[in-house]
Design a protein around this ligand. Structure first.
Ligand SMILES: O=CCCC(=O)O
Length: 496
């Protein structure tokens, strides 16, 4: 597999993998491998339920080979001057940007998201390389005289070592680059395990990194249908010092327990249940625009997606009507089809869950304003749906919908809105809409979350610290914080 071949897998794509040729496979130590006897994992197009490709199903032996390759490359990459690392990362940004249309098409094919969302993802994903290219040359240490004056305190920041990175299917490019770029900037080498639903983007990007000058073994990629076993084996290797995971809270808990056995540093970007609060004094147009973005980016398949809409009584009916009009007008269809605004969900199981949550809310007294009926035919579709009067005991108030469903609940006072918003074990993102800046900042600070969109439906930004509180995770990705997750402080006490 090389990047030039991408044009043959973007539309018109001949998406069958030929295991015999080894053209595409596990990417270990700079080589493309389909080891003998490895089964195939089919990669499906959620828009049509047809097979796009097969990828190899890595075993524990393959995973340990990937760790070995990362270990073999570690000293060389760590010793590579920051300026050189920075230039390679910048080249990754340039190549991704130059090939954004092919990459967006591939993302849209394997994930199902609308092309416009996929284009947004490529720009977002590439930006992690540009940002971290700039960070790579700004990793400085500290030097201080000890308070007692007897010695000096020197602090160096060293690469942590080999990192295992595990990424989800909802942003096949951005969740990988958000980890790979800072890890490489810090001087670490990595093994990436992308989600088996959307591995093609990760493999194609691996070829692009190679073209950009990333040396063999610095980035390794493998797909597996046995993530638990394979990850446990990698974490048991004492050379692995970091686990960075994006995915659900239950899986995060399991991985934390596994990592704890070996005392491995963990960054965890887990589930969310974002509240979106609209106060009476909000600008209706801004609030609806923000709500559409917070809900419908990626068709609702984002951990930052607004899950619970709390709308003050005085604006509730106008907001509900305007949001319903916008949601009902969205064009639903295959991700790669021109004009599609809401693609399919990732799997039939995801649609089953949304259907179950909507059914439960309706049974508990919610009212349906639009959508709510799963269409017949091929593809994992669910229509943009608006529900109002969703009670606090509805299942969707307590768990991520991860789909195009806006659940509205009316409130009266600021204290009530804050209490409702914080009544969840999650603490990733929240959104507040008001024209009163003092109230906006006050409520933002009272929300038990890691990120707030104030009069804005998007918090994601490669230059900002992304992450959550409570059961939504540990650590931050992006911004100046992102690279620190891959660095270890070493303190030297000396009397000069
Ligand atoms: O779904 C999780 C990540 C979403 C984002 O980075 O905006």
């Amino acid at each position: 597999m090389n990047v030039a071949a991408l044009s043959s897998i973007a539309p018109g794509i001949a998406p069958t993998l030929d295991p015999a040729s080894g053209a595409r496979g596990l990417y270990i130590g700079g080589a493309w491998l389909w080891p003998a006897g490895r089964k195939a994992i089919p990669v499906m197009d959620p828009s049509t339920e047809t097979k796009l490709a097969d990828v190899p199903d890595a075993t524990v032996d393959d995973a340990l080979a990937a760790v070995e390759a990362a270990a073999a490359a570690a000293a060389g990459w760590r010793a590579t001057p920051p300026r050189r690392r920075s230039e390679i990362l910048r080249r990754c940004f340039d190549l991704m940007t130059a090939r954004s249309e092919e990459l967006a098409t591939l993302i849209s094919l394997e994930n199902g998201k609308a092309l416009r969302d996929a284009r947004g993802e490529v720009a977002y994903a590439a930006e992690f390389f540009r940002w971290n290219a700039e960070e790579a040359v700004r990793i400085s240490g500290d030097f201080a005289l000890s308070p007692a004056g007897g010695n000096h305190i020197i602090v160096d920041y060293e690469p942590m070592g080999i990192c295992v990175l595990i990424t989800p299917w909802n942003f096949p490019a951005a969740m990988a680059t958000r980890k790979i770029a800072p890890a490489l900037a810090a001087g670490c080498t990595v093994v990436l395990k992308p989600a088996s639903e959307t591995p093609l983007t990760a493999y194609v990007l691996a070829a692009l990194y190679e073209e950009a000058g990333v040396p063999p073994g610095v980035v390794n990629v493998l797909t597996t249908s046995a993530p638990g076993e394979v990850t446990a084996a990698m974490l048991a290797d004492p050379r692995v010092r970091k686990l960075s995971f994006t995915g659900s809270t239950p899986v995060g808990r399991t991985l934390l327990a596994e990592a704890a056995k070996h005392v491995i540093s963990c960054s965890m970007e887990l589930g969310g249940n974002a509240p979106l609060i609209v106060f009476d004094d909000a600008d209706l147009g801004v609030a609806v625009e923000g709500a559409m973005l917070a809900k419908m980016r990626n068709a609702g398949e984002a951990c930052t997606a607004a899950n619970r809409f709390y709308v003050q009584s005085g604006i509730h009916d106008r907001f509900a009507a305007a949001l319903t009009a916008r949601m009902a007008a969205l064009a639903v269809g295959p991700g790669t089809q021109a004009g599609t605004e809401c693609g399919p969900m990732i799997t039939a199981k995801a649609v089953d869950k949304i259907e179950r949550l909507v059914g439960d809310a309706l049974a508990r007294g919610a009212t349906l304003h639009c959508g709510g009926t799963r269409p017949a035919g091929a593809g994992f579709y669910y229509p943009p749906t608006v529900l109002a009067d969703v009670p606090a005991d509805a299942m969707m108030a307590g768990e991520e919908i991860f789909g195009p469903v806006a659940a509205l609940t009316r409130f009266e006072t600021e204290d009530e809105a804050v209490a409702l918003a914080n009544a969840t074990e999650y603490g990733l993102a929240g959104y507040v809409f008001t024209r009163d800046l003092a109230r906006g900042l006050r409520v933002s600070r009272r929300l038990e979350v890691g990120m707030v969109g104030l009069n804005r439906g998007l918090v994601s930004d490669p230059a900002a610290p992304f992450g959550g509180t409570k059961q939504s995770g540990l650590g931050r990705e992006g911004g100046t914080h992102g690279v620190l997750e891959f660095l270890e402080a070493k303190y030297i006490a000396t009397t000069l």
